[in-house]
Design a protein around this ligand. Sequence first.
Ligand SMILES: Nc1ncnc2c1ncn2[C@@H]1O[C@H](COP(=O)(O)OP(=O)(O)OP(=O)(O)O)[C@@H](O)[C@H]1O
Ligand SMILES: [Mg+2]
Length: 270
Amino acid sequence: MPEPLTARAGTESCEPFYLAAGNEVALFEQCHARQLAVMLKGPTGCGKTRFIEHMAWRLQRPLITIACHDDLSASDLIGRFLIRHDGTVWQDGPLTRAVREGAICYLDEVVEARQDTVVVLHPLTDYRRMLPIDKTGETLEAAPGFQLVVSYNPGYQRMLKDLKPSTRQRFVALDFDFPPLQAEVAIVEREGGANHATAHALVTLGQRLRGLQDRGLAEVPSTRLLIAAARLIANGIPEREACRAAIVAPLSDEATLVDAMRDLVDASFI
Ligand SMILES: Nc1ncnc2c1ncn2[C@@H]1O[C@H](COP(=O)(O)OP(=O)(O)OP(=O)(O)O)[C@@H](O)[C@H]1O
Ligand SMILES: [Mg+2]
């Protein structure tokens, strides 16, 4: 059985840069203090992961991230017995570790996980904050500071997969979207290492490309893509070439849409 992809962070000394769009920092702090589980909703590349890294740092909690996929089982989250040469030992899964340590447990793209895996989270989200471990007969009470956070991209595969109401209604949902122009320029400038004029041109281009959604562009450029283009430009790649490679090509293979996007790139960087 593969271990789920997990990562630990949160207690770094250096602050992960996050530029707030509204009241999300205060709202999340309240949810943390009131032991409420949180769902971060929003399109890919709009800052959800960066936000949770920033919040873990602010609250000085360890952050355990689990990338969800459709093979993820309850045992991958909770733990399993391992057979060794000297006997059988229990090994905690990442969710159990977070419950014991009082960490923030971030389940990325929770909609990818199967329902029978997701239900494991339910007893942790009600007031008892319990994690039953069937295989050992133990029931753990979550340590203070433990918080369950999930991310969810509402547009993505919406027709195929969705969360059950009994899951959704266990979370306070924070809506994320691409930042307003000046904020996104500041982010692209800082994260992409580009100068202000280039960052401004990239964000303006990004906004125009997002307008193509009405003309059939299924995936619009995220802040992440604009940052990738900025990095290439900052390191000497010509602007149009950088935009074609880092923004246009990842978004579509359809010739008419690619042509329309290239025209917008050419108009943005004359
Ligand atoms: N508000 C913000 N403040 C600082 N950086 C941001 C912000 N929004 C986006 N970014 C930048 O955009 C990049 C992509 O954001 P992030 O990885 O957090 O997206 P995401 O919403 O988690 O996407 P996905 O759904 O694909 O996981 C970050 O690495 C960061 O550089
Ligand atoms: Mg993410």
